[in-house]
Design a protein around this ligand. Structure first.
Ligand code: ADP
Ligand code: MG
Length: 397
């Protein structure tokens, strides 16, 4: 991807925007961009520099993202809405073309990292509550005040305000910023290695064939405790690359597979409620360490069909009204409202699932399911809004 139209290779010490920003180290990457920790010499602070791939398609996406981020930032002058802020943006020319760059406030590790840090064991319930509150404050702001659907809510796209490891936090660790480019250093290509590792992990998962048993959890990961008591769990929603205004939906297929709402699979049309579905999936994952739905294609059925089956096994059969509502309904369901190609479902209601598989106490399981189930209503318009959800007794513990 480091070619014409692709990523811009960055070296530690590289300067941007006429020397204002100086690259420190790579923070992460996505399909469209690499993100670097940079030192802002004007404000003497650290920022996250998101450098978009250069091809026209990516440039257009960046302009849209800048547009969305600008309204988010303008609408939240006190920076209290749990959504990332845009500080600056500019264009940067390099050997692979012209790259749109976004300067964002520097945040810490993602919730995915936090879940991994806990070795997929799940977080203590009080931490789950705190994180849920932040995400809901962010969603309420986006939905109700701005009319924006995030459309790709998942643990990678929610970042803590601080890093898990203080040594990696440029402020807490007290490192002085690098103001000049060191000789011969080249760390811009590390994403190639990351990608190879990811592909390997995906292949390992794909090897589990047949219909996915809900008993298959995170494979091969030892489930031992790791303390998170000291981590202040405030967080913010990031990555507005796929966000849209609710009155101008962009794509038909939105959201990352595991966090995708049923109306997106059925192609019924969508609104803010797709984010509420993804939010419930995230809450489950934080509490258990496992993704709520990990669909896989199998012999005679597609990934979509497996996904619908998994949803019904956990949440019960889809009401007829929902079943027939989508452009794709006829592909998946017969006229009785049953899946055409997956005939036998193993129902396992959520509260029982939590006690049986995750050793939740009966009361914890009941209370948590009472919080989650309305968010997972198959009828999108019946799901609570973020504002309503913030009032739920489960959040106040
Ligand atoms: P993409 O649109 O390419 O997926 P993201 O906005 O999701 O890009 O950023 C990719 C990764 O970079 C994130 O998953 C995260 O690890 C890191 N990142 C993004 N924004 C920030 C930020 N403001 N502070 C710290 N790290 C960030
Ligand atoms: Mg992303």
């Amino acid at each position: 991807s480091y070619r014409k139209g692709g990523y811009h290779a960055v070296r530690v010490g590289d300067q941007f925007a006429g020397g204002r920003y100086i690259a420190q180290r790579k923070l992460g990457w996505g399909q469209f961009s690499t993100v670097w920790l940079a030192y802002d010499t004007r404000n003497s602070t650290y920022v996250a520099l998101k450098i978009q791939k250069s091809a026209a398609l990516f440039a257009e996406a960046a302009l849209h993202e800048i547009d969305v981020l600008s309204s988010i930032t303008e609408g939240d002058p006190s920076n209290s809405k749990c959504v990332v802020q845009l500080i600056d943006h500019f264009k940067h020319s390099g050997p692979n073309g012209q790259h749109h760059c976004m300067v964002l406030e520097f945040l810490g590790d993602s919730l995915l990292r936090l879940v991994r840090y806990r070795r997929y064991k799940g977080l203590p319930m009080n931490k789950v509550r705190e994180i849920c509150k932040c995400i809901l404050i962010g969603l309420d702001y986006l939905h109700r005040e701005l009319g924006i659907i995030h459309s790709d809510l998942k643990p990678e796209n929610v970042l803590l305000l601080s890093t898990i490891d203080p040594a990696k936090d440029p402020v807490r660790s007290g490192q002085s910023p690098i103001l000049e480019r060191p000789e011969g250093s080249n760390v811009g290509f590390s994403s190639v290695v990351e990608k190879k590792l990811k592909r390997k992990a995906r292949r390992a998962v794909a090897k589990i064939s047949g219909r996915n048993s809900p008993l298959v959890g995170a494979v091969g990961v030892p489930k031992s405790d790791r303390n998170v008591d000291g981590i202040d769990v405030q967080c913010k929603i990031v990555d507005f690359g796929n966000a849209c205004w609710a009155d101008k939906p962009l794509a038909v297929e939105i959201q990352t597979r595991q966090y995708r709402a049923p109306e997106v699979i059925l192609q019924t049309g969508y609104s803010f409620f797709v984010d509420m579905w993804s939010f419930a999936c995230i809450a489950f994952e934080l509490a258990t360490g496992d993704m709520m739905f990990t669909p896989k294609p199998g012999q005679g059925f597609s990934e979509d069909e497996d996904h619908l089956a998994l949803m019904m096994e956990l949440l019960g059969k889809m009401p007829r009204k929902v079943v027939v509502s989508g452009a794709k309904s006829k592909d998946f369901f017969d006229r009785h409202g049953d899946l055409k190609r997956i005939r036998r479902l193993k129902f396992w209601p959520l509260d029982k699932f939590l006690t049986d598989k995750y050793n939740f106490s009966a009361s914890d399981a009941r209370e948590f399911s009472e919080f989650l189930l309305p968010l997972l209503d198959f009828s999108p318009e019946k799901r609570p809004t973020a504002q309503q959800c913030l009032e739920h007794p489960w959040l106040s513990g």
